[in-house]
Design a protein around this ligand. Sequence first.
Ligand code: ADP
Length: 728
Amino acid sequence: MPTDKERRCFSHIRAFMAGTREGMVAISPDRTVRMLNETAADMLQVTRGETVGSTASTLGVPELTHGIEEALTEKDVVRGTFERRNRCYSFTITPYEDGAATGSVLTLRDDTEILAATKRSEAILLSTSDGIIVFDADDRVTFVNPAAETVLGRGAEELVGLVTDTWTVFGLSANPDGPVKETGTQTREVRMEEPKHRIVDVRVDPVFDDRHTYLGSVCTIRDVTAEREAMQMKNEFVSTVSHELRTPLTSIKGYIDLILDGEAGEINEIQQEFLSIVKENSDRLVELINDMLDISRIESGRIVLKVQPLDIAERIVGAVNTFKAVTDQQGRTIHVNLAEGLPKAAGDPDRVGQVLINLISNAIKYSPEGGDVHVSARVEDSKVRVGVTDEGIGIAPEDQARLFTKFYRVDSSLTREIGGTGLGLSICKSIIELLGGEVGVESKQGAGSTFWFTLPLASERHVRTPSLEGPLGTPGGRILVVDDCEDVANLIGTYLSRRGYEVVKAFNATEAWELALEFEPRVITLDVMVDQGAGFGLLEHLKADPRTRDIPVVVLSIICDEGRSERCGCTGYLEKPIDKNRLVSVIDGLVGSIASPVVLVTDDDRNIVELLTRTLKQRGYAVMAAYDGREAMAAVARTRPDAILLDIRMPVMDGYEVLEALKANPETADIPVVIMSAYQLDSDRSGILDLATQRIGKPFDVEDFITHIEEVITESEPQTDVSGEDTP
Ligand code: ADP
């Protein structure tokens, strides 16, 4: 007989079993059913009478019978699932000590709804064409769908369970901004070569529950290879077609101009009128083609921007002047309002000019009733802000947001009549954004508009084109060219600046004297016939003054008066017309610095360039500095250096491209190149680096570094001293 206490305990257990939503069955050590709650009876569709006291097989589920057997013999928890009448159940069988024997407790749960929901979401994840990888809060991969397997070329079985940063799955380094949990969504375009060439857009989103607990992240992968390739093909097509169209158009335009100018005989008024229409339309066609070319350059990333310190006031005045004829004719004025002391902005002068011309031209075009235009510039939030304001037709708010998209034109009878392509503003936006600025519009319909853009201020890092700096600390080759004929001065100037000299020109004797004092040139070239023969006087003057006495003067003349020139103190004499090679070799001979080895230092880090330049100059080298690959190539084209120091990671054109370009050109292939890089080098491009003569890792010791350079330069010098062995 059970005691009171035992009875109370049983009733607790019974109440507990009745109250739970799980099915519960107690099994005796002899495998008979000892107890069964209502939920279990419902789930298994049996009654207590049929089962209690009988064997577990009366529960009617073979999976349970086997499970109970296993749990009792193995003395371990057994879990499993079974289906009955279209419902899915999971069960747990837990053995327990019952005196000397082992009994067990069986719990049943109806998982039909949960499983259906899971299957549904799995089916969705499995069938999407986007790749999906799910990470838990500990960065462990918990799910990979087939699309992700295909892109990665790795199976789910290999990936699930892996603890890793998302980006390392793609062979990239972790996001420098930190984990996605802190940064929020991260995106990157990834180029993959294995298992095959693919361009994929990868996006990682953190997942939080409604209490903001971090659950993990989801990585979505979209294969954009076909899109990118189609885009590239389209851009190439547009660019080829536009170029092809430009050639015939050039001659159409040229000949129309000739006819209009009367070169083909007199034309009557009607012919003149018709031809003007042809001309106007061919001009529009040229404009359209240029716009298309710009768009395709921008979209394919082939647009080349020459960012440098830029005088925005000068650009504005230049742009406004191009409209002078039009505004005079229409009786309007373009007012320019510039804040005082405007600092320099950073930008590509030609492209910024293009943007200004576009905005001013729109301001005029969309003010058909006339009205003035105001162009202003000021500094705002550490940027230069330029505004172009008109008194024209204005733009409705709903159109304003779309103006800067390709081909968008406000649809009204007025704009239709005015005509245009809808490309101009989209090009302006792209250019300004590439330059690190913003564009926008403020406008009211019927009450004019202000189109504005901003540009970053010029910083120390925006640098000029490289010029040669000699070991004496002064510019290595500043030459004063004195000639009263401008064309000749320009010609000499071109020869010399191509050679790497900096050229200053004077067109009369007085100017020459002043410039000689001001610039202290290394050499002066002098046409003695300047100012009707004043050149001889100037020469004597230069040789008499201690400040200019030591500057070598090369006389260039059409009259054979070498004797007189020499008496006046000239160092060299050349007859006109000038032979370029003679001129250059005479000047080279006079300027010692050009004879010292020239080293080109290329690095986008200004501090490194400065450090190396100073050190190299102390050692007697002439140094050219370049801050990106394109500048470096320009410098090499002007003056062939004896060695090149090359950084790998640089904007515009990187070190790999420079190296390839140098080695591909027979004229530059043998210039020794020393690579300097702090970064791990791209493994797929590292083969290119074998073309370099030496590699130096950053940070480096300056002394060591100079020794390397000296080695490289001496090795590459032609060997004059034959020491028995053949030098190839
Ligand atoms: P286009 O002038 O060739 O149509 P844009 O890209 O320069 O192309 O301009 C796009 C559209 O923006 C124009 O068609 C016009 O509707 C509107 N728009 C541009 N500038 C102005 C302006 N200053 N005033 C009113 N509308 C303008």
